[in-house]
Write a protein that binds this ligand. Structure first.
Ligand code: G3H
Length: 540
């Protein structure tokens, strides 16, 4: 019996809150293709929650429902539907005015807001996100969509005038790129998917969209909305194994844009499957192992509060999580003691319980993987510092603060994506710098300290290693108007409310020699509103 044994015994519930159980099961036999909700009659994939129950047969994950396990032929039909909507750039959606596209997206946002309660509940059930974080994910996504609309209006306003240069009159705008395949990650199945899907869509690209491994059923309520708010074929949904349904799409060469947030291995496979990678636009969010450097003069109150959320929000399952800490030896002892106390104060339990900070994990086999990481570190001289650190029960893993971590340990280089906090002591600032330079990742880092001269000395070389340096604060993506990207193996392309609009479009211009005849033609086009592209309409 472990120290947490008695807590673990009662960790999983005997029954679900009624408002959650009332939603279940969701037996999804439909999908959206060519503007119609079609019925799937083939095999299905069962979907289970990270939450489970003990019964006579042992621990059983809660059955949530099922979704279609599609085949290659259906995936190719979804692609054909998107290609038809694109119609080589001549389809209704890609040629629609920006104003009309915005109106349709606004209708969609309005409809989605009515699905809030069901979608938040499914985030809780499908990925084990706490009630408050699930609600935040939904609200942040809605805000992101509204901000996207505003950003596109602004972009359009800037493009609503003609430029005259060197005897040439030109109007330049951003045009869509083509059929876009969108796939988001399980940790933000709604938000991160929509931060690519919505900009892709609003810029005029038809989309084939596959929900992540966990976080599938939450989209079910949106199928009729997608159908009703957009022309046929502009959104098509895919379900099932990536190998079966995504591979053939890439191999067809008919995907123009790949928006993928997940592992580098999968991204490499997908890119390689495309027969003409030179014309494939990729927007990728991949792995990260964001380090924190804690300097000897750092304010430890602040460090601990940032470090705890930085490393452990949503059980550390964030690409931006702080995944390794370099702490100066002068303060390492106090850092460990206070971090350990802070972990002990974190409430854990079921994701719907009020105030809960640590919850069960959706990925099957993850606690055993974490145990392997910690065992590997222990075998090489590290210790688990916090009481009960690393104890686990079924799908729940209690955070482990591991010290001292050094090169050669798996925790040094592997992205744990979970509640393990590796701590490396250092004396010479060159040690963490070398780690960052040699790392295969380059997303973000955090610097904790108070000496402006030293911080500045670190900032200047480190901005060429990562895409965001956080001073005295944890790493994070938001606010979403800030650019979010990564160097090296961490990302391709930059996302933010406005950058995403650029990522999913290309600058295109119409130009004419400044002759009287051409001036007349352009004036006529504008005055008589003959074109959606050549226009001086100002979007308010
Ligand atoms: O998982 C990666 C997310 O983009 C992180 O976003 O920093 O807002 O949690 P966040």
């Amino acid at each position: 019996m472990t120290d947490l044994g008695s807590r673990f015994k009662d960790l999983f519930p005997t029954e679900l809150p009624s408002e959650l159980s009332a939603l279940l099961p969701i037996e999804q036999n439909d999908y959206l293709l060519d503007g119609e909700i079609q019925t799937w009659e083939g095999p299905t994939e069962k979907i289970y929650s990270p939450v489970g129950f003990h019964n006579a047969e042992g621990f059983q994950r809660l059955y949530l429902g099922h979704c279609p396990a599609m085949d290659e032929a259906t995936a190719l039909r979804a692609l054909a539907s998107a290609r038809k909507a694109w119609n080589n750039g001549r389809g209704e959606w890609p040629t629609l005015s920006v104003e009309k596209r915005i109106q349709q997206v606004e209708r969609f946002i309005h409809g989605m807001k009515a699905c809030r309660s069901q979608m938040v509940s499914l985030l809780i059930l499908e990925i084990g996100k706490s009630q408050s974080d699930a609600a935040k994910e939904f609200d942040r996504t809605v805000e992101y969509m509204y901000d996207t609309v505003q950003a596109l209006k602004e972009l359009d306003r800037q493009s609503s005038r003609f430029a005259i240069e060197g005897g040439i009159i030109a109007q330049s705008r951003r045009s869509p790129l083509g059929v876009t395949l969108c796939m988001g990650p399980f940790n933000y199945p709604l938000n991160e998917t929509f931060t690519t899907l919505i900009p892709a869509l609003i810029m005029g690209n038809p989309v084939v969209f596959k929900p992540p491994r966990f976080g599938v059923l939450l989209y079910h309520a949106l199928l009729p909305l997608f159908r009703d708010c957009f022309p046929a074929g502009v959104i098509n949904t895919l379900y099932g194994s990536g190998k079966q349904v995504v591979g053939p799409l890439m191999a067809s060469g008919q995907i123009d844009v790949l928006a993928f947030i997940g592992s580098a291995g999968v991204a490499n496979t997908l890119k390689k499957q495309h027969p003409a990678p030179h014309r494939l636009r990729c927007i990728l969010g991949l792995g990260a192992k964001n380090p924190a450097i804690v300097l000897p003069d750092a304010d430890l109150d602040l460090v601990i509060s940032e470090a705890v959320t930085g490393a452990l929000s949503f059980n550390g399952q964030r690409c931006t999580a702080l995944k390794i800490f370099f702490v100066h030896t002068q303060i390492a002892g106090e850092f460990l003691e206070r971090f350990s106390q802070a972990i002990a104060a974190l409430p854990f339990g079921m994701p719907w319980e009020k105030g809960v900070a640590l919850t069960p994990l959706p990925e099957v086999g993850k606690p055993a993987y974490f145990e392997g990481l910690v065992q590997d570190a222990l075998a090489q001289g590290a210790q688990v510092i916090n009481p009960n650190g690393g104890q686990w029960h079924e799908t729940f893993y209690y955070p482990a603060l591991v010290y001292p971590v050094k090169a050669g340990m798996k925790l040094w280089s592997e992205e744990q994506f979970g509640p393990i906090i590796p701590v490396v002591p250092f004396e010479d600032i060159e040690e963490p710098i070398r780690y960052i330079v040699e790392s295969e990742f380059g997303q973000q880092l955090s610097l904790f300290g108070q000496d402006p001269a030293l911080l500045a000395q670190l900032v200047d070389p480190l901005v060429n290693q990562v895409c965001r340096i956080n001073l005295n604060s944890q790493c994070q993506r938001g606010p979403d108007v800030f650019p979010f990207g990564g160097r090296k193996g961490s990302a391709e392309g930059t996302l933010s409310v406005s950058d995403a609009l650029r990522s999913f479009s290309i600058r295109t211009l119409v130009a004419a020699k400044q002759t009287e005849a051409n001036q007349g033609i352009l004036t006529d086009m504008v005055r008589n509103r003959r074109s959606n592209f050549i226009s001086s309409d100002y979007l308010f």
